[in-house]
Design a protein around this ligand. Sequence first.
Ligand code: HEC
Ligand code: HEC
Ligand code: HEC
Length: 416
Amino acid sequence: MRRLLRLLGLLLLLAIALAAAVLGVVWVLGPPTYEQYSPEAFTLERKGDAEAGKRLVTMLCVRCHYDPQSNTLAGRALAPAFDRYGQVHAANLTQDDVRGIAHWTDADRVMLLRSGVHPQRHELMPPYMPWLPGIADTDLADLLAYLRGDDPWVQPSRKADPPTQLSFEAIVRSWTIWEPGPQRASTLPRPDDAEPIALGAYLANDLLQCHGCHSASLDRVDWLYPSHSEGFYAGGTVLRDLAGHPIVGPGLTAREDGGLGAWSFEEFRRALVEGEGPQGEVLRWPMPRYGALTEAELTALYAYLRTLPPATTAPKRPAPYKVVTDVVDPGRHQFERLGCPSCHGAKAQGFLSLDDAPTRFPTDPQLAAYISDPAFVDEHAWMPAYGHLLDDAQMADLCEYVRRLAEHGPHAAPPK
Ligand code: HEC
Ligand code: HEC
Ligand code: HEC
């Protein structure tokens, strides 16, 4: 017996030493490379339309690559949202020939966007940078045309983004569970408006990848065969917002609780376009606003999601933020209720700082106009509009709080 135990102990030690050695080697090697992938396999013949491409970029890329300082897609740090995967910096996508991607051929771009494999580093992008194996040729060509077009967002910016430093966890996952898309330049054509269910499936799974955030686990999403994703549309994956708060992707199957079973089309449309849930709650980052979708596309998405069989379990609801009551601090109450911290952080400092807001908007009507509809004040602003969620008194409280944040930081006492 003693001898057996000793033998087992020895084996255990050996196993631990071996595991440590393997992990050490993985750490030194970094993520796997896919040398067999080459841009030649990804040539796309079609010419696209830059205007249509901008619409796609606002729905798919801006949320990470937009840099408010230069007002271009020059990229930025995404901490703390993706800290699990390392120090993650969205890259500079402008037409700068050194810091941007001017030197990338179209085939390079298609390779990254279709397969997830970086054309120079030959490494697979972790799922913080979406890749779209199923995007239709027409949509992909529009995207490429936009990146080469004359929109101010893609004009050269010299901003340098430090390369992303992957965490150990991300490296292990790239060896074990993440796989690139196939070497394929083309896919099926985009379904048209006359086939709503097929169009809805294409939009949800292949183009906008709603399943990425609305299934059971972001790590176990199947980007190539979306319906093979773990807990497909059952919800439950834990994401993080730009303040580092955990936020759960809700389920979108036909369940009544923890799904869209009880949602009317009007409620669905409002959630996607205006960012407001059925109880008037504001949907927080990273849930995108899809104001650019057409009525036919919204109808198709709704029709498709309603065909999903109800998930067997309801995911945990996303934990609501702790919101200060409006008796304690009416301005901060609005700021927190509306989910401003999901992008600006609880302190509104650091990357999306509000420190310059009082200089840029010296009067309250100017500040209120901006918060009501940033894109109306600044054509290229990307921040969502909030005017429809605030009455005049609430807006005045919010403006006061933004000024207070800029001047005294978050710990200043509310005005008497
Ligand atoms: C969720 C955040 C996120 C979204 C959304 C996103 N990206 Fe990225 N992207 C990144 C990050 C982070 C990197 C840097 C990865 C690295 O360095 O490993 C990156 C890198 C890239 C690169 C490589 C640039 C280089 O110089 O290496 C290209 C090209 C790119 N993204 C294009 C796009 C396009 C086009 C879209 C929209 C279809 C998009 N990205 C959407 C996060 C994102
Ligand atoms: C990058 C991640 C992400 C993507 C992509 C995404 N969502 Fe969401 N979505 C979320 C998160 C997180 C929430 C919860 C927001 C909150 O609670 O404040 C949410 C909330 C919702 C809600 C409200 C559900 C509820 O029960 O309150 C609906 C409806 C929704 N999303 C639909 C969609 C559709 C349709 C798509 C694709 C067109 C999509 N989402 C794409 C992350 C995402
Ligand atoms: C989805 C992310 C997001 C959310 C949520 C958000 N913002 Fe913003 N905000 C931005 C971005 C990005 C900018 C930089 C300008 C731009 O491109 O839109 C910005 C800019 C601003 C500015 C102008 C700052 C300046 O110096 O020019 C103000 C003021 C502001 N936000 C207030 C708010 C308030 C108040 C809320 C909540 C009601 C809010 N934001 C919610 C993303 C967001």
